[in-house]
Structures are given as structure tokens and as C-alpha cells.
Design a protein around this ligand. Sequence first.
Ligand code: SF4
Ligand code: SF4
Length: 390
Amino acid sequence: MALTQYKYMDIIHRCFRCGYCKFPLDWEDVDNCPSYARHRLESYSNGGRLWLIRAWITGEIPWSEHLADIVYSCVACKNCEEKCPLSFSDDIINMVTAARNLMVDQGLVPPAAKKYLENVQLHGNPWGLGAKKRDQWMADLSLEPYRDQEFLYFVGSEGAYDSRAQSAARALAGVLQKAGVSFGVLGNTETDDGNEAELLGEDGLVEVLAEKNIARFAEHGVKKIITLSPHAYNALKNIYPRHGGEFAVYHYTQVLADLVRAGKLAAPKLAPVKITYHDPCFLGRWNNEYKAPRKVLQSIGGVQLLEMGRNRKSAFCCGGGSGNYYMDLLGGSADSPARIRVRQASATGADVLAVACPNCLSMLEDAVKVEGLESKLMVKDISEIMYGTE
Ligand code: SF4
Ligand code: SF4
């Protein structure tokens, strides 16, 4: 694909680099873009990135590894789309993704992104682990394969393979069983959802993954799906319809909130505990779901819910989106997004940082260790809190 085929040439020049897209909604500081917060250089802000993309497309600058690093350092958190006042704001991430499409096409992506995409293509998960091990997370659980139950529980690559996320995957299965929800799983026949492959610019791979999962869902007559991950939720809800797959898709916090409201799930009673909640970008800004996770947390006895200053539409991203939980292009510094976020959480005085995303769970727990906050702040997925996982 030639550079002249760049899809957004007619609008990319409209960015005049005002820098508003780096702020949170209260205009407190210019640090709510994770890649800018990490580097403090305009080229890593959205405006700088769009100008560099335009200069590359028009031939004013050549491709370089540094340019590719800048283009791939956006973690697709959507803070910039919330804040940019111009009419093209809904297409900001599309403009970055379209530049990545060209880089993928010409073999110009950073090595970590290349490895991510190769692993997903060859093995159906970012770590390149055998597809036959996808069901290991549930080896000692008595879960039913999906047949004709009400819901399919779509676990996703992180829940299936990442050791920290596996705990959340198992806890959610336990909570659903406790509430008497009729559900089944696909085990080894599930494959990666493709959400990050889309953001990394590999459209061909997204098509293959979506078609594979959709065929599996159709074969079993699946109608309703619960996802552990907001990234999978986004893919199944917003990407799969473009590939012919229309299903009723729920993030698990939405299902749990409904069960609690209907009196079908008794929330646990805890000793008094202060909890702060981190909004995952793919549940919050991408899909506008801010209430369900808070309703679930508020239903738990003994919980005092404390909000970070940066919450809901202004939440600061953990830095794990767009495959960065695997690539870690923003790591290695006290200004890594996950480290900034756990300092924000700790400043509330909370004992627990609650998340509703397996990527956030791993990113933020690692950051708590690096920041030396282990004795003060525990990172837990809401599924674990609801199940009573120690
Ligand atoms: S993307 Fe919008 S808010 Fe950001 S610098 Fe450009 S015009 Fe300003
Ligand atoms: S999506 Fe997030 S990381 Fe990317 S430019 Fe916008 S604010 Fe920065």
C-alpha cells in the first residue's frame, strides 16, 4: 500500500497542535496522555504524532525506527478524543491506526509489535504459547463446554495465559457459578479476540481472528456473551459486527451489577476497607460504562469507595492498551503510566486498587511492586473481590 493511500489525508492537517488533548477534563495539568506523560516531548503527544505522520506521508521526513516508536507509543486510551475540540476528534485514533496500517503493510513496525502480531497469528495469543494450553486456567475447575447455555463466557488471551489474570478468570467463573448463571466456555477452541491487532494496524489478522471466533460462536448457536476483558468486550461488540458477527455482548461487571440488583447474587461482607476504582479505557472512554463496576463495588459490605481525582472520562490510563501490556514501549521510568497511576491510587488512602480488566490488573500490580507500595495497596480485579479471593 503506497503512502498516498493514507485514508485521512483530507483531515489530518486540521490538527493545529494546540495541545488541549493532553489535559484531563478539569484542565489540571498537561499530563493525561500516557505517552506524553512518559516522555514529556511534544512528538509523543497526539498533536506531535499527527504532525509527524503527516510529514512522513507527504515525504517531508523519512521513516525511521524512532518515528515507528512514536507512532506505536500511543496506547489508544482515547483521552485525546475526549479533549480535542475539533470536529475531527472522533477520528484521532483512526488516523494513528491508519498510519500503522501502512507501516504493517511495508514491514516497518517496531520489533515488539512485530513479535506480538506474529505470535497472535501463529499461536492465537501474544506470548506465542501453544494453543492447546489455552484451557489450562480452568484445569481444576468443573466448567462446562459451551452447548446451549444462556451465556458463553469468553475468557480472552490474558485470562487464559497470564498467570495474574488467570486468577481473575477463575474468580469470575466462581462468581457466575455461585449466582447460578447458565454459562459454558470454549476452552482450546477460543482464539485471540483481535482488539489489539486492529489497533496495531494488522487488519488482515483481525479479519482471520474475528471470522474464526464468529464461526465457532455460530457453530454452537451462541447468542449472549460475557467477557472478562474490556478489550475483548470492545472487539466482540464493536469490531465483530463488521465481520458478520452480531451478538449480545456484556462486560462481566454489567452482568454482576444486574445480578446484584435482581437479588440473585449476594455480595460478600468485608471488614471495613477503602477501595479506589481504576476505569479501564476500553470499558470507560471506549464504551461509556462507568456505572456498573461502581455499583458492584458499592454492593459489597464494608467498602468505602474513594475516587481518584482522575476518574471516569478523565481516568489516567495504565498504559497497557494497544498491545502495550506486552510490548511495554512506555516502561522503564518512574513516569511509566502504570507507576503514575498507582501513585494516584495510593494518594487516595485506599487499601485496595480495584480494576475490571486483566491487562490493568497485571500492569498495575507490577507497578505497585516497583513503587514499593505492596504493604499499602493491593491490586484486585472486581471478580476477585466478589469471589473472596485472598
Ligand atoms: S488533536 Fe486536537 S486537541 Fe490535540 S493538538 Fe490537535 S487540534 Fe489540538
Ligand atoms: S489515545 Fe491516549 S496515548 Fe494515544 S495520543 Fe491520545 S491521549 Fe495519548
